[in-house]
Ligand binder design. Sequence first.
Ligand SMILES: *[C@@H]1O[C@H](CO)[C@@H](O)[C@H](O)[C@H]1NC(C)=O
Length: 452
Amino acid sequence: MTTERKILLLGSGFVAGPAVEYILRRPENQLTIACRRIANAEALAKQFSRAKSESIDVTNEEALDEIISRHDLVISLIPYTFHPLVIKSAIKFKKHVVTTSYVSPAMKEFHAAAIENDLTIMNEIGLDPGIDHLYALKTINEVHANGGKIISFISYCGGLPAPECSNNPLGYKFSWSSRGVLLALRNSAKFCQDGKIVEIHESDLMSSAKPYLIYPAFAFLSYPNRDSTPFKEFYNIPEAQTVVRGTLRYQGFTDFVKVLVKIGLLDDANQDYLQFDSPEISWRDVIAKVLHISSNTEDDLRKAIKSTIAENEISEDEIERILKGFKWLGLFSDQPVHRRNTLLDTLCATLEEKMQYEEGERDMVILQHKFEIELKNGTRETWTSTLLEYGKPPGPSAMATTVGIPCGIAVQLILDGVIKKRGVLQPYTSEINNPIIAELEKEGIKVKEEKL
Ligand SMILES: *[C@@H]1O[C@H](CO)[C@@H](O)[C@H](O)[C@H]1NC(C)=O
């Protein structure tokens, strides 16, 4: 009989389901799902016959130590700011840890202690980061092994509604909190382009979006993610002249957001008129306030919004489409807003209400790496690696599957002793990545690799 394995899952977010399902396929695996609110843990656990649930406040060190001490491995799917607490306790009791988050400096500090205690703290093993690393390094290592060079590496990823479900002005839907998604639209960005470093100011991120063709039927736009420049080093491609990692959205998204940003609806400063105890206020009055006009008629609001857009910045047709979108969202209506202190959070409440996945609607995940390669003999080629996955209602979404399954695989490979590397790790080496890729393919998560 195989030894029993006790696994602790912290968090019950929407990506947890596929990870739990994968882990519980093995009869020796015992799983406890722990959340701050026990009801959340129970709701997930009851979908599986062998999952148990508990409540945990991870900021309570004693309670965290106690629950971790009873398990062999911890999966941390809670917000990344809590990971250092989890890792600290896990090292104290000599337990492995798996997260899908980027390694923060506070997490990296445990690297030496993890090695000393013979522990694997595996991170960035979801979709993005996760599957993207696996297939970036697969190609890069193959090219280098054959004496070639990576001239250019671009990698774009999008979690979107499937085309037939992109039926709203943003062509976007929210399966969890919209706040993070909206805040990311005001990030600055930095990347390498033809040997030069390009920096995009936070107010220009949406304007920097460019069409990106994968398949003609997808009208994608891409804009860069925060800082792509360290990936030259992370991926060992010092020779690369262009290194860009970015986000994919459907056409129309960036212009719409540009207008939201222009009129200040993504502002996260407190507003006295949006406090919980301030009087009820309609969307049209909020829009009049942000535009600093006294009239709140739809006509005047439209005119004032138009006047914030510079000439030739957005086409006339597109402006009309965006204003229709404002109307569709109820922003010109008498509908009272959900007062959430800031304009950003108040808008989030409306977006989450109007832009949810309806029953039976499916999401889509698309990831493409595009490499410009110089082979050993000087020939130039373009190689692409493309992942396209759809959600399978009423089953898990594509996003949940492509984040949760790699995470579950990493857990199993650590427990099985296949992943033997120790320390605070990312999937950056073939000894870690190859076994994960082999298991992903068995799950039907396949990246299509093409050479042109
Ligand atoms: C260079 O190498 C590639 C791959 O081995 C081969 O297909 C191609 O014909 C070669 N080109 C030249 C100019 O030798």
